[in-house]
Design a protein around this ligand. Structure first.
Ligand code: SF4
Ligand code: F3S
Ligand code: FES
Length: 236
């Protein structure tokens, strides 16, 4: 099949404003949008810029807006769009560095702000073994361990578009992953951070984040659990 691919182009060093380039590409229904981009860059226009690494939905580097929705280009199959027209644009809410590449630094700054690592200064058990937890305790935060930091959620959130200082759903997901870990002792510190003006209360339950997540993490539910922990002081 022939696919008409419209691609957002912008090089802030030379362009005064963005434009869309249109490429007509021969594709198979099972081809991925990433394949189309690779073909365009390899065979038509070597100046096209986009990020990719694993090609298999694991590294989180190729999140972009495809026909208006955030997704990973490596998981987006041509046949699923039901049209021969595919528009590819960079994530919203982050500065475009070139074409489909955005500046991820503000995103990672929010991520780092919630202390996304295990905090526990207590001595290890005397027998020198690791800090044990039951299968049920591990299950409590299983969903939020799946995050690949692709930013599809945060950059689909209207609250983040309105104010980029909002910590955003991805940071809250990664705070959740440690707040509800029975081995961690940093929950109070993280909940205090997320109770601030640009924390969880900026979430208006829009659900865009949950719909955008390529790992199908129940993000809005995780945010609600963090809000409840702040309100009740309970971590169950
Ligand atoms: Fe991506 Fe989902 Fe993680 Fe958000 S929660 S950064 S959408 S994997
Ligand atoms: Fe935004 Fe998700 Fe809340 S889209 S408003 S963080 S439910
Ligand atoms: Fe790694 Fe798509 S290239 S997630």
């Amino acid at each position: 099949m022939e696919v008409r691919v419209r691609v957002f182009r912008f090089n802030p060093e030379v362009d005064r404003r963005p434009r869309y380039d249109v490429f007509t590409v021969e594709a198979e229904p099972m081809d991925r949008v990433l394949d189309l981009l690779e073909y365009i860059r390899g065979d038509i226009d070597g100046t096209l810029s986009f990020r990719r690494s694993c090609g298999h939905g694991i590294c989180g580097s190729d999140a972009m807006r495809i026909n208006g929705r955030n997704m990973l280009a490596c998981k987006a199959l041509v046949k699923n769009f039901g049209t021969n027209e595919i528009t590819i644009e960079p994530l919203l809410g982050l500065r475009v560095l070139k074409d489909l590449i955005v500046d991820m630094e503000p995103f990672f700054e929010h991520y780092r702000s919630v202390l996304p690592y295990l905090i526990n200064d207590e001595p290890l058990p005397e027998d020198g073994r690791e800090r044990l937890q039951s299968p049920a305790e591990r299950e409590r935060f299983d969903d939020t361990t799946k995050c690949i930091l692709c930013a599809a959620c945060t950059t689909s959130c209207p609250s983040f578009w309105a104010d980029g200082r909002y910590v955003g759903p991805a940071a809250i997901v990664n705070a959740h992953r440690f707040i509800f870990d029975s081995r961690d002792r940093g929950a109070a510190q993280r909940l205090e951070i997320l109770n601030q003006q640009m924390g969880v209360w900026r979430c208006r339950t829009a659900f865009n984040c949950t719909e955008a997540c390529p790992r199908e993490i129940k993000i809005t539910q995780a945010i609600a659990e963090v809000k409840r922990a702040i309100q009740t002081g309970r971590l169950d």
